[in-house]
Design a protein around this ligand. Structure first.
Ligand SMILES: Cc1cc2nc3c(=O)[nH]c(=O)nc-3n(C[C@H](O)[C@H](O)[C@H](O)COP(=O)(O)O)c2cc1C
Length: 207
């Protein structure tokens, strides 16, 4: 079967941790590599690279060039993976602030993938539940599959790779799945559906 060209699909990863080389950044990179394997282009959005105001602090956040830049990059993506550390039973404040500066323009109708990582044994389930609710509020399509990682401090080898190969596969599958569903929501698929809907009825359908 010919390989489908998915290079027009852009998957962005929004990293909810400011720790350089931290666990959130690393697992997000693994998930994005899964999207690349599926044929998509990817963009890693590192919030350390943006000078953002606090949401509500200024009347028009779009007067901040980095708010506009983040908005442009998110709008250019067909799908976005939100990755967060678990902080006090929820997702990080820095991710919350970035999401609050954005809105329907950036997320409505988009595919969203969720990854959470925590220091404790219970993983980042609370973060993921809370982010799923934010995605619904923004009218985004949040993938049912998600990855919650426990004991972040014990998850990596000295060279930064994941100890658990099955976890690596699950992270990559978030990248694969989000690319596949983004394709289904892409213009190409919509064109196909429109043609399908306009097509003559199956003459055998009523018999
Ligand atoms: C302010 C703060 C709050 C945290 N709260 C929790 C928590 O509620 N549950 C948990 O399991 N880990 C908690 N942790 C641990 C982080 O989730 C964990 O260290 C994570 O890997 C940090 O991600 P990073 O390496 O990208 O910074 C907390 C860490 C910080 C700094």
């Amino acid at each position: 079967m010919p390989q489908r060209d998915l290079s027009h699909i852009v998957v962005a990863g929004l990293c909810g941790s400011l720790s350089a080389g931290g666990s959130t950044q690393r697992v997000l990179e693994v998930a994005l590599s899964g999207a690349q394997e599926a044929g998509a282009q990817t963009a890693f959005l590192d919030l350390r690279d943006y000078q953002l105001p606090f949401a509500g602090q200024v009347k028009d956040p779009k007067t901040f060039p980095d708010v506009v830049r983040l908005s442009d990059e998110l709008r250019a993506a067909h799908a976005i993976i939100w990755a967060t550390p678990e902080y006090h039973g929820s997702y990080s404040g820095v991710l919350k602030n970035a999401l609050d500066l954005m809105g329907f323009d950036e997320f409505e109708g988009k595919m969203i993938g969720l990854i959470g990582i925590a220091g404790g044994a219970l993983g980042a389930i609370h973060s993921l539940d809370h982010l799923r609710s934010v995605g619904r509020q923004l009218h985004a399509w949040v993938l049912p599959q998600q990855v919650s990682i426990a004991r972040a401090w014990d998850a990596f080898n000295a060279d930064g790779t994941l100890k658990d190969k099955e976890l690596e596969t699950r992270l990559k599958s978030i990248g694969h799945e989000i690319t596949r569903f983004a394709l289904l929501h892409s213009t190409t698929a919509q064109d196909f559906l429109e043609r399908w809907e306009k097509a003559a009825e199956n003459p055998g359908g009523d018999q």
